[in-house]
Design a protein around this ligand. Sequence first.
Ligand SMILES: [Mn+2]
Length: 302
Amino acid sequence: MLVQTSVSSLPFLGSDVAATYDNAKVVILPIPYEATTTYRRGCEHGPDAILNASQQVEYYDEELDRELWEVGLYTHEAIADTRNAQKVSSEAMLRVTQGTVYKLVSDGKFVISLGGEHSITTGVVEAYRQANPGEAFTVVQVDAHGDLRHEYEGSIHNHACVMRRVVDMGLPTLQVGIRSICKEEADLIKEKQLPVFRAREIVAQPDWIDRALASIKTEKVFITIDLDGIDPTLIPGVGTPEPGGLNWYNLLTFIQRIFAAHDVIGCDVMELAPITDSVVSEFTAAKLVYKLIGYHAIAQSW
Ligand SMILES: [Mn+2]
C-alpha cells in the first residue's frame, strides 16, 4: 500500500543546506491558508509549491557572487493550514500568524512568510507593530490590486482588504504595480494622498524607482509581495491575474534598492496558486525568495 507522504517537510533550498533553528538568521514561514479567494482557488498550495521548486534553485547567486544558504536558512512548520478542508477562522489565522512571527522576530530571525492568501499579511504586519512599539515602518506592497476596500463579500479580512487594514493601523504605505482598483479605492488614494505607482506609469517612466524610494519616509520597511503584481507571463499561477505587471529585472532592481537604502524588517510572498503542468510560477517565486534573502544578507553585511 502506498503511504502518502507530506511534502511540506521539504526545507527551502534543500535539506543538505538547511540550518538548525538556533544557527539560522533567516526563517521561512509557510502559511497555507485560503478562505476568501474570489476567483481562481489554490493558494493554500502555494507555500509547498515554492518549497518544492526551491530544491531546483542554484545555491550560487551569480549576481551577488555568493552561496546565500550559508547565512543559515530554517524552514518553519506550516501554520494556519486550511489544506485537506481544515477550517481555520480568519481570527484564528491572524492570531497564530501574529504570535508566530512575533516569536521568530523576538528570537532575532529575519522572517519571510509564504502564503496563502494576502489577508495573512494583516497578522504579519501586526507582529512587526508589536515588535516595534511606537515606531512607524512603511509597508511596501507589490500588487496588481489596491486591496484598499473596507470590506469585500461580507468580510473585512477578505484578501481584497489587506492594505486597508494596514492603512487603518496608521502605517505609511507604498503601492507598486497597481492596475486594478475600484472607485472606493481610487477615492481613498486621493483623499489620503497614498503613494501609488501604477503599472502603466512604471512602463512609461524610467525614474519611477527613484521617486518611489523618495516617497518612503521611515528607516524601517516591511515588503509584501502579492505575486500578481508581477506580469502574469512570468507568474501565471495566481488567483486573480491582471495583464501588464512588473518585469523580473524591474522588480529585482526596485527591491534591491529598498534593501540597500532601508532597514527591511521582514517580507512576505503571497498568493501563489500553482498551475498543473507548469512550474514557471513557483520556480520564479522561489528564486524571488532567494533574492530577498541575498539582498538582505548583503545589506546586513552578513
Ligand atoms: Mn493582488
